[in-house]
Each structure stands twice: as structure tokens, then as C-alpha cells.
Design a protein around this ligand. Structure first.
Ligand SMILES: [Zn+2]
Length: 140
């Protein structure tokens, strides 16, 4: 690692004393020259034009405390019942309640039962073939 040249980010970190100096910087002319160039450019930077007064800082602090004290509402109060209703309707639609079992049919008499069975036996075609049969009957 000592043999690799320092990157610009590493040199800038050294400028701000974030990174410790190592042997390479002392031995390598190229890296120390680049670091000196960065230091020279840093010293030539224009001074900050922002004037920070204690009153300005106090006002900033007051604004921050006011923001922290406010409770943020995600939804206005009027929309909450609407949202809950929509959510409930969605849940009901997605999870349909089990359908109620149909009430048991009234008992039929023996003659009605046998008539129904006889009509089903005497008809050679199943009842689902009714529409097709009707189609052929119309073409005659
Ligand atoms: Zn180097």
C-alpha cells in the first residue's frame, strides 16, 4: 500500500487532517508535490462572504425548534374517514365472507319426485343440450 500513489481524495483528506501521513508521502516526490499544490490552491481560495452573527444563529435555532415542535400530518382530518372506508371496502372485496348456505328445499311429494325422474329418464339428451336442440328446431 505504501508503494501506490495517493489519489486526489486521499490528498484532500490529508489536507483536512482526516487521513494520517505515511512513509509514501515523505518519500514520493510526486505525491508530496501534488499535496503542496493542493495546499497552495486551498490557501488562495476566496474568503467566505457569509457573515454569521449570533442573532442569525439564534433565529436559525428558533426556526429549527419550531419545526421540531410541529406535528406533521400526513392526511388532513377530513380524509381519514374516507380513507378508512375505502380500506374497509377493499378488505371486504378481497376477502369475501363465506356465502350463506341456501336454505333446504321444501320436501316434495312422491308424485312430483317420480315425475321429475321420469322426465329426466325419458329425455335422451341432457338438459344442457337444450339450446342446441332449439337451434336445430328453428332451422326446420
Ligand atoms: Zn506517490
Amino acid at each position: 500500500m505504501c508503494d501506490k500513489h495517493w489519489t486526489d481524495d486521499e490528498l484532500i483528506a490529508r489536507l483536512y487532517d482526516v487521513r494520517a501521513e505515511n512513509e509514501h508521502l515523505a518519500k514520493c516526490a510526486s505525491c508530496s508535490q501534488r499535496l503542496n499544490a493542493i495546499r497552495a490552491r486551498y490557501k488562495q481560495r476566496p474568503p467566505l462572504q457569509i457573515e454569521v452573527t449570533p442573532e442569525y444563529l439564534t433565529a436559525q435555532r428558533r426556526l429549527i425548534r419550531a419545526r421540531i415542535g410541529k406535528k406533521r400530518r400526513v392526511l388532513p382530518r377530513i380524509l381519514v374517514p374516507v380513507f378508512v372506508t375505502l380500506l374497509l371496502a377493499t378488505v371486504i372485496i378481497v376477502y369475501k365472507p363465506a356465502s350463506v348456505a341456501p336454505p333446504p328445499k321444501a320436501p316434495i311429494s312422491d308424485s312430483e319426485f317420480f315425475d321429475d325422474v321420469y322426465s329426466k329418464i325419458s329425455d335422451p339428451l341432457p338438459s344442457s343440450a337444450g339450446p342446441i336442440r332449439a337451434l336445430f328446431e328453428e332451422k326446420k
